[in-house]
Write a protein that binds this ligand. Structure first.
Ligand SMILES: Cc1cc2nc3c(=O)[nH]c(=O)nc-3n(C[C@H](O)[C@H](O)[C@H](O)COP(=O)(O)OP(=O)(O)OC[C@H]3O[C@@H](n4cnc5c(N)ncnc54)[C@H](O)[C@@H]3O)c2cc1C
Length: 300
């Protein structure tokens, strides 16, 4: 695909920040990735919708990136336009309702909610994603999930070429309307919290973060739990019983601390990670009959 001069001059005319041949490695928590043809950095929700509609009108394949914390990028050239939501980070507060742009970070939002004495986001204080990515995945932890706090989302419908409000986001386990519908790009979400006591919220968040620190290899780059939780069991437990904890492939490793995580020990390649994934999936299936499914999104 060639990025035409016409698109670039259109982006300049619209004052959209962009970069050609953009390096992806530092835009994801796995710290793996090559370059993409074009990266766009819209500054707010309407600019995000505009970028998507512009790329669509030129037939340019695109991928949306939040914080890249649930994504593994191919480490060769990716011939697509990547739209980063990081600057779509506006927050409007109205009593206990937070209207957030898709690029607002969950960790900082949880801290802000705590300072304002708003409870309900504690579960998210250690999830390094964006609102858009968390809605897409219905991110959750410690018994909480996005589905419990999101009242509605704003989306750009690529088919209808307009912005729509979605009240039924069809949330399921790590699932939502966005995951099953590439027509929709999440522009932002309205999140309803309740009044609480800042000090109690802070203590709760600290407890949850301490639990995470003791159980998860957060000192290494990764994309969190690599596999979905199989029905009635845990991926980490199954992987451990199959003797795969600590298994290495190049720079990728099944974490010694939590076997459900594949970590980058420093110089892992895309291939190291997907090869290790295949070995884990095959051995777990052979030994237990359970077919593990990947939770991490691969973009190539
Ligand atoms: C250390 C660590 C711990 C983690 N712990 C948890 C946990 O406890 N619970 C949990 O659920 N997850 C966890 N994760 C995974 C991850 O943080 C979540 O899935 C998070 O919600 C992903 O958000 P993101 O912005 O990083 O998404 P990205 O990785 O940027 O994107 C994920 C997918 O969402 C799509 N997407 C992103 N933004 C939009 C948008 N605006 N519109 C449409 N599609 C969009 C992308 O195209 C991609 O397909 C963890 C990850 C790490 C690294």
């Amino acid at each position: 695909m060639m990025i035409s001069e016409k698109i670039l001059s259109e982006l300049e005319r619209l004052h959209v920040n962009f970069c050609i041949d953009y390096e992806l490695k530092n835009s994801c928590t796995f710290r793996v990735g090559g370059k993409c043809a074009l990266a766009l950095f819209p500054c707010d929700e309407s600019c995000l919708a505009l970028c998507v509609s512009l790329l669509d009108s030129y037939g340019v394949p695109l991928h949306i990136v939040g914080k890249g914390s649930n994504t593994l990028f191919f480490d060769g050239f990716i011939d697509k336009a990547f739209v980063f939501t990081s600057n779509v980070n506006q927050i409007n507060v109205s009593d206990t309702l937070l209207s957030c742009g898709a690029g607002v970070g969950l960790v900082s939002l949880a801290a802000k909610a705590c300072d304002m004495g708003l409870e309900g986001l504690e579960f998210a204080c250690g999830i390094p994603g964006s609102i858009g990515g968390a809605v897409f995945m219905n991110a959750g932890a410690h018994g909480g999930a996005m589905e419990n706090i999101v009242v509605s989302t704003r989306a750009y419908s690529r088919k209808q070429k307009r912005t729509v409000t979605i009240t039924d986001n069809m949330f399921g386990y790590r699932d939502s309307i966005y995951k099953n519908n590439s027509d929709l790009v999440c522009l932002g979400a309205d999140i309803l919290l309740s009044r609480g006591e800042p000090q109690q919220i802070r203590v709760k968040m600290r407890e949850l973060l301490d639990q995470r620190k003791s159980k998860q290899p957060i000192e290494y780059p990764s994309a969190g739990s690599y596999f979905k939780r199989p029905e009635g069991d845990f991926a980490g437990r199954l992987i451990e019983t199959c003797g795969l904890k600590g298994m290495k492939m190049g720079g990728a490793e099944v974490s010694q601390k939590h076997a459900g995580f594949i970590i980058n020990t420093g110089n892992a390649t895309f291939n190291d990670i997907v090869t290790l994934e295949r070995i884990v999936v095959d051995s777990v299936y052979e030994k237990t009959g359970v077919l593990l499914k990947r939770e991490v999104e691969i973009v190539e």
